[in-house]
Design a protein around this ligand. Structure first.
Ligand code: GCB
Length: 616
C-alpha cells in the first residue's frame, strides 16, 4: 500500500440504495446540455487561437457573494459608455492565452493557479435561415460558464468531456463575442475530487468551434457490429427536431451498402444492416470505412460522414476475444500530457508522438487513465490500430454517498460514450480507478456499470481495482469484480510494497473466473541516474522491478493483458522530492523530455519477443 493509498478517507454508506441512486442519477443527467457527435467531421468555424484572458482569483466577475452566478459580471464584456463610466475590467486590454491549451504552462505565474480565468474572443457570423448554431467546447477544466454577446447560454461541469451550447438566439449578423469563464477550483463533491496524482491543468484545453446545422439535424448515432456477429450492423440514428417519418439513409460505399430507415416519434431511426464480407478492424488491419449518414430529403437534409471500423469484442470464460479470437493486451498507460513541451496534450502531433512511442514499445493496447483524453487520440488510435481503454474520472475516494456526485460521474461517462462510440479502437469503458471498498462505493459503481451497459451494449466494462496483499499473496477479491467483464487490478510490488528481490516469491490470484488485466505496476526512476539496482530512483532499480514483475506475471493464470505505469513521466503536485521528482511522477518508461529509460527496453523486449502474454 502506498502512502497515498493509506490516506484515502473511509466512507460510511448513508443508506443510499442502488435503485435510488440509479433513478436520481438518470434524472439529474436528463437536465444536462445537448451534445453533438462526430463533430470533427462537421463543417465548423474554428475559434481556436488567442483569446483575451482575465485572471480572476476571487471569482469577482463570476460569483455573487452568496456563490450564485452573477449574470451581469465580466460575462457582459462591458465597455465604458462615457468617460465617467466605471468599468473595472477590460478584455480588450488584457493579454491573450492560446486555445486550446491549459493556462498553467502558458504563463509562469499560472503554473499552480487554481481559480477562475475568463476568456473572450470576437468573431464574425452570418446567420443562415433555418439553421441552428452551436458553440462546441472540446473540454474546459473544470467548470465553465458560457456567454455570447453578453447573455449567459449554458454551463458545464466536468473537465474532460465536450459540450455544446445552443447559441442560435444569441448570435447576430456581423460581429459577435463569446466569453467563457473557466474555474478549475477543486471540489470535494467534484469528479474527480480534491486529490489526484496529476496536474489540475485549467482552461479551454481542447478545440472550440462554432457549428451550424439545419433545423433538423443528426445529433447522435451508433453503428456497430452486433456482439458475436461479423455480418450484422446494428444501431440507430437520432434526428433532433424530427418526429416520426423522417427519412434516414446510411451508406457505406466501399461495402456497397445503402440502407434506408425512418425515424420513430422520438426522432430515432433503428438501423439494421446485413453486411457480409466486411473487412474487420484489428490492430493488424485497422480498416476504416467511410460511412455517410443522411437525414431528411431533397428540400432539406443534414449529412454527416465518419470513418468507422467494424470489429467485435467479447469475453468468453477467461478469454478476451477480438473478432472471435483470443487476444493478449500488450498495453501501456498514457497520461494526456504533451511530450517534451509539457502541459495538456492538445494537438495531433502531441498524440502522434505518444502513440508512436507506445507502438515502438510493442503495444497493441493503451490504457488512457484517469479521465477522458481528446477525441483526436481515439481517431489516431483507430488509424494506427491500437486498442484503447477509456476511463471516467472516478478516482480514489470521491463522495460515493452523494447522489449528486453520482449524477456528475454518470454525466461524464455518458458524454464520453456518446463521443467515442464510433471509434473501433475503444474496447473498454473503465468506471473507476483504485476506489476503496465500501457499501456506498459498491452501489455507486454498480450504477456506473449499469449506465455504461445501457448506453453501449457492445464494449467491455472494467475498473482498475485495488488488490489486497497478505505476505506473498496478492489476491484480487474486490466484490465489484462480480459485475465487470474484465477484472483489472493495480499492484506495486517492488515499489510501494517490498523490494524488487521479493517479487519473485509473490503469487497473484483472483477469486473470479474472468479475464484478469494488470492495469498498473511500475517503479520510479530519474532518467540518466545510473547506479546499482538497489538504489531507489535509479534506472537500474526501475529496470529490475520490471524484470522481476515480468518473471512473476508469466505465472499468473488468466492474465489477459497488462499496462505498465506509465509511458511518460507526468506532472503531479504530489511528487515533490527535489532533484528527483520536482513535481513529476517519475514512473515513466520515458522521461518528460523523451529520454528512454532502461525499463523501456526491458518492457520492449518482452513485448516484441512475445515472452509475456502466452499463457492461453
Ligand atoms: C496509482 C494510481 C496512479 C498513480 C500511481 C503512482 O495507483 O492509479 O494514478 O499515479 O499509482 O504512481 O503511485
Amino acid at each position: 500500500m502506498s502512502k497515498l493509498r493509506h490516506s484515502l478517507p473511509r466512507f460510511i454508506c448513508q443508506g443510499a440504495t442502488l435503485a435510488a441512486m440509479l433513478l436520481l442519477g438518470a434524472h439529474l443527467f436528463a437536465q444536462s446540455t445537448p451534445l453533438l457527435v462526430d463533430v470533427d467531421h462537421r463543417a465548423a468555424t474554428s475559434l481556436d487561437g488567442p483569446w483575451h484572458a482575465i485572471i480572476d482569483p476571487y471569482g469577482n466577475g463570476l460569483y455573487n457573494v452568496d456563490g450564485s452566478i452573477n449574470l451581469h459580471g465580466y460575462g457582459e464584456n462591458r465597455q465604458p459608455k462615457s468617460k465617467s463610466d466605471l468599468v473595472e475590467y477590460s478584455f480588450a486590454k488584457s493579454p491573450t492565452l492560446r486555445v486550446p491549451g491549459d493556462w498553467n504552462t502558458q504563463r509562469k505565474e499560472l503554473l499552480l493557479y487554481e481559480g477562475v480565468v475568463w476568456y473572450e474572443k470576437d468573431f464574425a457570423y452570418a446567420p443562415k435561415p433555418h439553421t441552428r448554431a452551436f458553440l462546441h467546447i472540446g473540454a474546459a477544466n473544470y467548470r465553465a460558464y458560457v456567454f455570447v454577446n453578453g447573455a449567459k447560454l449554458c454551463q458545464h461541469e466536468g473537465g474532460f468531456t465536450p459540450f455544446d451550447c445552443d447559441a442560435t438566439s444569441a448570435l447576430q449578423s456581423g460581429n459577435n463575442f463569446v466569453v467563457i469563464a473557466v474555474d478549475n477550483t477543486r471540489l470535494r463533491d467534484g469528479v474527480p475530487t480534491l486529490k489526484t496524482d496529476w496536474w489540475n491543468y485549467g482552461g479551454l484545453t481542447r478545440d472550440v468551434s462554432l457549428i451550424q446545422v439545419p433545423e433538423k439535424y443528426i445529433d447522435d448515432f451508433d453503428l456497430h457490429l452486433q456482439r458475436g456477429s461479423k455480418t450484422e450492423i446494428a444501431g440507430s440514428v437520432h434526428v433532433q427536431g424530427a418526429g416520426a417519418g423522417e427519412a434516414v439513409v446510411v451508406r457505406i460505399p466501399a461495402a456497397g451498402i445503402v440502407q434506408h430507415a425512418t425515424t420513430d416519434a422520438s426522432g430515432r431511426a433503428p438501423i439494421s444492416i446485413h453486411a457480409p464480407g466486411l473487412e474487420l478492424w484489428s490492430p493488424d488491419h485497422p480498416k476504416l470505412y467511410r460511412v455517410e449518414i443522411q437525414a431528411g430529403n431533397d428540400t432539406g437534409h443534414d449529412t454527416l460522414t465518419d470513418e468507422i471500423g467494424f470489429r467485435t469484442i467479447e469475453v468468453r470464460g477467461t478469454e478476451i476475444l477480438l473478432n472471435g479470437s483470443p487476444i493478449f493486451l500488450r498495453g501501456v498507460s498514457i497520461h494526456g500530457e504533451a511530450p517534451i513541451r509539457g502541459g495538456r496534450a492538445t494537438s495531433d502531433q502531441d498524440d502522434a508522438t505518444l502513440l508512436r512511442w507506445a507502438k515502438e514499445l510493442g503495444v497493441n493496447f493503451v490504457r488512457l487513465p484517469h479521465y477522458p483524453q481528446g477525441a483526436r487520440m481515439m481517431r489516431l488510435a483507430d488509424r494506427m490500430g491500437i486498442l484503447v481503454w477509456e476511463e471516467a474520472p472516478v478516482y480514489w475516494a470521491i463522495e460515493f454517498d452523494n447522489p449528486q456526485v453520482l449524477a456528475k460521474a454518470q454525466q461524464q461517462l455518458a458524454e464520453i460514450i456518446r463521443r467515442d462510440r464510433d471509434k473501433a479502437s475503444v474496447i473498454f469503458w473503465s468506471v473507476a480507478n483504485e476506489t476503496p471498498v465500501t457499501p456506498a462505493r459498491n452501489n455507486f459503481l454498480q450504477a456506473m456499470i449499469a449506465s455504461a451497459r445501457a448506453q453501449d451494449e457492445t464494449r467491455l466494462v472494467t475498473a482498475a481495482l485495488l488488490s489486497s496483499r497478505h505476505g506473498n499473496e496478492i489476491q484480487v477479491n474486490d466484490p465489484l469484480g462480480a459485475y465487470l467483464d474484465v477484472v483489472s487490478f493495480n499492484e506495486y510490488a517492488g515499489w510501494y510494497q517490498g523490494t524488487p528481490q521479493e517479487i519473485a516469491n509473490i503469487k497473484i490470484s483472483s477469486i473470479y473466473q474472468k479475464p484478469l488485466l494488470l492495469s498498473e505496476f511500475g517503479a520510479g526512476a530519474k532518467a540518466g541516474f545510473h547506479t546499482d539496482a538497489d538504489t531507489r530512483w535509479s534506472e537500474e532499480y526501475q529496470a529490475n522491478v520490471y524484470r522481476q514483475q515480468l518473471q512473476m506475471l508469466r505465472g499468473v493464470a488468466n492474465l489477459r493483458g497488462m499496462c505498465p505505469w506509465v509511458l511518460v513521466d507526468f506532472r503531479s503536485p504530489l511528487r515533490e522530492l527535489p532533484g528527483i521528482q520536482d513535481f513529476y511522477n517519475r514512473k515513466g518508461l520515458i522521461s518528460d523530455q523523451g529520454q528512454k529509460k532502461q525499463a523501456y527496453f526491458v518492457m520492449q523486449k518482452a513485448y516484441l519477443q512475445h515472452t509475456i502474454g502466452n499463457q492461453h
